[in-house]
Write a protein that binds this ligand. Structure first.
Ligand code: ADP
Length: 304
């Protein structure tokens, strides 16, 4: 199957700043692909290269099998991070305006209802809440019924219920075959929506995989986190339980501990006279993988 989006060895610098230093990835038709990474990692620059609004200094890009600048506008939807439509338009006028740019657009009011906005509302864009504004922008990006959708932080400022509603809308689009490139800082969003995730750091891909592959390879073991001010030396393991906690920002962390071991850990904490406020056991998440990978990239940068 031909990939819908391809970056092959893409490099792009702004003056002395190498925003992208040789990025390669390919996104297949119908795939939801998430780009994650710290601020300044190069995500927006990569999206700009793939949509044709920036030209790589080196390497190749293609969108729908051709130069991104040649792709038919009708087939591409783009929600930029900094999309700021005129304040004095209603959401319905805004989406109707965008619909008018295409030969074959969807009914703007139907799209507004899909993103959870009232098409009959007279409220101007400038008076909408942050989350409503973002939803109106999502509607504008969807009105041409695109085959490929670029979503740059689509749910920033959207409240939890609105975010879930947008997630299920994106899932429906993906189920219907839309290819989606999503950039996000929200690991729950990436974990829920993405078939594959690429972590970008310092203009390079630090890791790519399905969310569960990244978790398995980089997120570490299940852990029991004990909320206490105590240090690992305070634990000391006087009863010889064999547990060896590590002090992190979260508290005392016991790794590779199963839920059945929790009673033994509590007994060992008691033996050691370590007081604690609370404890929680959890499986590693994509956020743990992200922090491990982004932290490793940051340490590599410091020692370079
Ligand atoms: P991200 O989207 O991951 O936050 P960007 O692609 O916006 O990262 O930026 C990558 C790097 O390139 C940053 O160091 C940023 O300051 C720099 N950069 C991006 N766009 C420009 C520009 N138009 N002019 C100068 N520097 C830029």
């Amino acid at each position: 199957m031909d990939s819908v989006l391809v970056a092959d060895g893409v490099a792009k610098s702004y003056g002395d700043t190498a925003a992208l230093a040789g990025v390669s990835l390919a996104v297949d038709a119908g795939e939801v692909f998430a780009l994650v990474g710290p601020n300044g990692a190069g995500k927006t620059t990569l999206v700009r290269c793939l949509t044709g609004t920036a030209t790589p200094d080196a390497g190749d890009v293609s969108l729908l099998g051709a130069d991104p600048r040649a792709a038919r506008k009708q087939r591409v939807g783009l929600l930029p991070q900094d999309f700021s439509p005129p304040d004095r338009l209603t959401a319905s006028e805004l989406v109707a305006y965008y619909a008018g740019l295409y030969d074959d657009a969807r009914d703007p009011d139907a799209v507004l209802r899909e993103v959870g906005l009232d098409p009959d509302s007279e409220t101007w864009y400038g008076d909408l809440s942050g989350g409503e504004k973002r939803r109106a922008c999502v509607a504008a990006a969807l009105v041409n019924d695109p085959d490929v959708l670029f979503l740059d932080e689509p749910t920033t400022a959207v409240d939890p219920a609105g975010r879930r509603a947008l997630w299920s809308l994106f899932e429906d689009l993906a189920d219907a075959g839309t290819t989606i490139l999503l950039t996000t800082h929200d690991m729950a969003e990436a974990e829920r929506l993405a078939d594959r995730v690429a972590l970008l750091a310092d203009g390079a891909v630090a890791a790519t995989g399905t969310p569960s592959e990244l978790v398995a390879d980089h997120a570490g073991d299940p852990r029991l986190v004990v909320d206490t001010d105590a240090d690992s030396a305070d634990f000391g393991d006087p009863g010889g339980s064999g547990f060896a906690p590590e002090r992190t920002e979260e508290g005392l962390v016991f790794r590779d501990v199963s839920p059945e071991d929790i009673g033994d850990v509590v007994a060992a904490l008691d033996d050691a006279g370590v007081p604690f406020e609370a404890l929680s056991w959890r499986e590693p998440t994509l956020e743990d993988a992200y922090l491990a990978l982004a932290g490793a990239a940051e340490r590599a940068e410091v020692t370079r």
